[in-house]
Write a protein that binds this ligand. Sequence first.
Ligand code: SAH
Length: 236
Amino acid sequence: MIFHVLTIFPEFFVGPFAHGVVKRAQDAGRLEIRVHNLRDYVFDRHKTVDDRPFGGGEGMVLKPEPIFLAVESLWPRRTARQKVILLSAQGRLFDQAAANRFAQDDELLLICGRYEGVDERVAEHLADEELSIGNYVLSGGELAAAIVIDATARLLPGVLGNESSAAFESFQETGHGEGLLDCPHWTRPADFRGWKAPEVLLNGNHEEIRRFRRQAAREKTGRLREDMLRGAERGD
Ligand code: SAH
């Protein structure tokens, strides 16, 4: 899969993808991350990416032309599996289901806003989706893009060491999760400062361990994310 990022701060992305499974997956050729500088698509005399908002008010707005030009030159004939995502505080909330959906695409292009945001015609006529990572306002779409890429990349075949490991994580509808949080995990030492790891995990009985984990996942989901437990019981 190929991820494209369109940003005025391309250097921002040196760090986030230089570690762990996403780095290894890139080295192995399972995914590619291409960062594009929005300024490379500015051909007007003043080389500006932003302008003042019509109607007045604070701040600047990213202009539509460079963003349209960038997408059109990267994908002259855009297919249904080449998705354009606009990161925006006003977008639909990103979640594990969206990550699963994106992982089915061939290419994803993430547009990072800055300042007061992006000219609305990008949301209306260029982007397939307007996407928010949470109910708060960031100063730019770059962190949000890195989060969407990371969450999607680890769902691609062969990116996690163990093919099945993504299935058992929080929010995944498959595995013991069924839309619950992951079960809690313990490792050595079995007794740390008097706090013991649950005995059942040490006894090697896989059926008992499976049942314990399922129960622990339900308990933790109920305690920390009651909203999810209610959803799981309703079947949504
Ligand atoms: N004026 C806008 C905020 C602009 S913040 C508003 O009040 O809605 C500047 C840029 O940061 C946005 O264009 C967007 O790309 C990014 N951004 C801010 N918050 C975000 C969020 N919660 N999720 C995704 N992107 C976000």
